[in-house]
Write a protein that binds this ligand. Structure first.
Ligand code: HEM
Length: 391
């Protein structure tokens, strides 16, 4: 029996799926063949329908073995440790919503995100415990070191003390200790790494998306004005928006979708790897291949999102006639691509969505974000700026 072999990366054509990668020479002898998926149908068939084969992660010696994150949820090999850690995370944050908005969030996007993530994972309140001026805590490196030290040493350490005192705030880790105060060695490992996953998975990704919000609002003042008009109508001007307003802000929902699509946080998601030889559509995909979904292309393919470079939140209101061969309708909700795929799909997507919603709703209720460049491209201010809106 003859199978087609996949060609080197240089041989593939961005616009179609695996099939178009069959070109000159094979990489049968490569240690880790690289397969890039450019079609929603192929992504679904491999990562969802054949999820038992394509849900492993490749070995990443720097992040995994040297930095020590090989047991963390994003990097863990597909197997019981990974599955148990995800189950724990999902049961805790599947429908979780960020329920408070810290009024100081604009001090620093990183500090804001760290405060959301560390509060949800460990009940740690970043903003109330340190003053920026006194210890420079808002510096990303400080947040990062704290997060890594804190989340790896808890559950067993400090949180148990605060629990014993009755002062621990409710959090993912606090619930784990309460429900299972004497875990086995294996359970303890799962608990620790699931706790770490909040920060390792949630920090930079959410920071990146919030930075894109600032960028897009500064670049597209018409969109900003439309969101603000909707907020003023629904929320009024005497209070901050809350999650109760969310369903009444459809234009803002579209803006958030467009941010995820237009400037994707993870253009190639994270690499999946296969645990056995497979044949797909006549192509032989050897065990151990790195299989990556080209999420950037899936969200910039003009057959799926017409005029893909245009920041156009209204596109999600326009009908959804299936485009030929793409396997999805026109302008589908980009959540289906932005948060990854199949058994490795982002378990923090509900928390991320909630964080983005409350941040952008609050920022735009109070502030006007402006571009440092004028219409002629001349720099008129040092940086993006936000000024309090006049009503
Ligand atoms: C805008 C924000 C976010 C985006 C765009 C995002 C996107 C992604 C993507 C593309 C993946 C890879 C999925 C795959 O391999 O197919 C991923 C994995 C992951 N994300 Fe997120 N994420 C965000 C926020 C978060 C948050 C807030 C958390 C935690 C609370 C989180 C935790 C994780 C974890 C633990 C994984 C690894 C899952 C696994 O390997 O099984 N993410 N995310």
């Amino acid at each position: 029996m003859h199978y087609k072999f996949l060609a080197s990366v240089s041989g593939y054509h961005l616009q179609s799926g695996v099939r178009s990668m069959a070109k000159s020479h094979t990489f049968r002898y490569w240690a880790h063949p690289l397969v890039i998926l450019n079609s929603p149908t192929v992504v679904r068939e491999l990562f969802e329908n054949r999820g038992a084969i394509y849900s492993n992660r490749p070995r990443l010696p720097m992040a995994g073995e040297l930095v020590g994150y090989n047991m963390s949820v994003p990097l863990a090999a597909y197997g019981p440790h990974h599955t148990e850690s995800r189950k724990l995370m999902q049961s805790s944050i599947g429908g979780k919503r960020v329920d408070s908005l810290n009024a100081n969030f604009f001090d620093h996007i990183r500090r804001h995100v760290a405060s959301i993530v560390l509060h949800a994972s460990h009940g740690y309140n970043v903003l109330s415990k340190r003053k920026r001026s006194s210890c420079g805590f808002s510096e990303p490196s400080h947040v990062r070191i704290l997060a890594s030290k804190y989340s790896r040493n808890v559950p067993s350490g400090r949180l148990s003390d605060t629990q014993a005192n009755g002062t621990a705030e409710p959090s993912f880790t606090e619930a784990l200790i309460r429900q299972n105060p004497n875990p086995s060695k294996e359970q303890d490992l799962v608990h620790r790494w699931a706790s770490v996953a909040f920060y390792s998975g949630g920090a930079d990704t959410t920071v990146s998306a919030i930075s894109s919000i600032f960028l897009s609002m500064a670049l597209f003042p018409d969109v900003q004005a439309k969101v603000q008009a909707e907020l003023d109508k629904v929320v009024g001007t005497n209070r901050l928006p809350s999650f109760a307003d969310r369903d009444h802000l459809p234009y803002l929902a579209n803006v958030l979708k467009e941010i995820l699509r237009w400037n994707p946080v993870a253009p190639l998601a994270l690499p999946h790897s296969s645990i056995q030889d497979d044949i797909y559509n006549g192509y032989f995909i050897p065990r151990g291949s790195l299989v990556m979904a080209n999420s950037w292309w899936l969200m910039h393919n003009p057959q799926i999102y017409p005029l893909p470079e245009k920041f156009d939140p209204d596109r999600y209101d326009s009908g959804s006639e299936g485009s030929e061969g793409s396997g999805v309708g026109m302008n589908p909700d980009p959540h289906m691509f932005a948060f990854g795929y199949g058994r490795r799909i982002c378990p923090g997507n509900a928390l991320a969505d909630a964080s983005l919603f409350i941040t952008v709703a609050a920022v735009l209720s109070i502030f006007q974000i402006s571009n440092p460049y004028d219409m002629n491209g001349k720099q008129i201010k040092e940086n993006f700026s936000y000024t309090v809106r006049g009503y």
